[in-house]
Write a protein that binds this ligand. Structure first.
Ligand SMILES: *Cc1c(COP(=O)(O)O)cnc(C)c1O
Length: 366
């Protein structure tokens, strides 16, 4: 029998969540963001689940884009960091990819490549996050390059995009408005820009600020049933968990007051305690930083972890769950226990839990 751990991926929940994004986004089209192996859920699995429903797929790697095309995906595919070298451009053209352009050299490479048909461009403007994108000062140069590209090859279809740094923040519209204002100011001296399509919204913006659903939105975490907000649960947003991480109780230890559990003995029993040992550790992707008290489900009942997470195991408190024992089913996160709650206890976000799911964990689709 294999080690009793598996991640169950609910494909219907993924489709449901995509449609929630679409409902919030009105007439906008939605890139299903499937970067990082679909946030750990499996790229091809997610693409197949969304099938014809998705308007397009957004990811990072040329190789991943090729995998989608070779699997028969015909919708637009957007490379969120664009291409990394001139040699990538022929491949982008062959596979019909759209590219984010975030620096001038990329436009120059496009012009020199002289592709027969220009690639659709997402021109990324840095409206204040200071990660990727053109600054206000760089826009005239970008426009000159776009004109040169149009003359040398043909006009490329251009969409304007930016990314929010704090759309998930508690504090309301001011958390996005300062960036939207900068975005508008950046385009003030570019009259033709008013007729270009725009894409700005991630999950947080889609859910809280539907006015940011311009031509295209870019939902990521919400597709996988994670809440982008620290102050609002996924369920109340109408989202369903997609990944549920299951395991079992491997062993039970009965310990007395003052006995300690796990490496470093960070948990000290304050009462006679039944300790359940779960077949899941940080090598499975469970966060090692999750402290004692992190929520966990055993036989459908919520209890808490005890002591440090080991590589292959962690401990939990069965004292108040007398019906449980070796073989009792455990849910680490997912159905019945939001990944967001586990992530919050470990001082991270559900994005990181999902992406960290280890290769050794068998995945089953439900
Ligand atoms: C990852 C990413 C998204 C999706 O963000 P979520 O918070 O997961 O919805 C959208 N746009 C860009 C540019 C991204 O890199």
């Amino acid at each position: 029998m294999p080690r009793p751990i598996e991640a169950r991926i609910d494909l219907a929940a993924l489709r449901h969540n995509y449609l929630v994004a679409k409902r919030h986004a009105g007439a906008a089209r939605a890139w299903a963001v499937v970067k990082a192996n679909a946030y750990g859920h499996g790229l091809l699995r997610a693409a197949a689940a969304l099938g014809e429903v998705a308007d397009g797929f957004a990811l990072l790697d040329l190789d991943e884009a090729i995998i989608l095309r070779e699997a028969g995906i015909r919708q637009p595919i957007l490379l969120l960091e664009g291409f990394f070298a001139a040699a990538d451009l022929e491949i982008c053209a062959t596979y019909g990819l759209s590219v984010v352009i975030h620096r001038l050299e990329q436009l120059q490479m496009l012009r020199h490549a002289a592709l027969k048909v220009p690639l659709p461009i997402y021109l990324k403007l840095d409206s204040g996050m200071h990660r990727l994108g053109f600054s206000c000062e760089q826009i005239p140069a970008a426009r000159r390059e776009l004109t040169a590209l149009a003359t040398a090859v043909a006009p490329a279809p251009v969409t304007l995009m930016t990314h929010f740094a704090e759309a998930d923040a508690v504090g309301g519209e001011c958390c996005i408005n300062w960036q939207l204002e900068r975005f508008a100011r950046m385009l003030a001296d570019w009259p033709e820009a008013t007729s270009l399509p725009i894409s700005v919204a991630n999950s947080a913006a889609i859910l809280r600020y539907p006015q940011t659903a311009y031509a295209w939105v870019r939902p990521g975490i919400m597709l996988y049933g994670g809440s982008p907000f620290a102050d609002q649960e996924a369920e109340s947003l109408g989202l369903k968990p997609v990944m549920t991480l299951h395991s079992n109780i491997l062993a039970v230890q009965e310990i007395g007051v003052g006995e300690r559990v796990g490496y470093g003995g960070t948990f000290v029993a304050q009462r006679p305690t039944r300790v359940g040992v779960v077949a899941c550790g940080y090598a499975d992707g469970y966060p090692r930083h999750a402290p004692s008290g992190t929520p966990i489900l055993v036989a459908g009942e919520q209890t808490q972890t005890l002591g440090r997470v080991s590589m292959d195991m962690l401990a939990c408190d069965l004292t108040d769950l007398p019906g449980t024992g070796v073989g009792s089913p455990v849910v680490l996160w997912g159905q019945g226990l939001p990944a967001d709650a586990v992530a919050a206890a470990a001082q991270t976000i559900s994005y990181e839990l999902f992406c960290a799911l280890a290769r050794r964990v068998p995945v089953v689709e439900i």
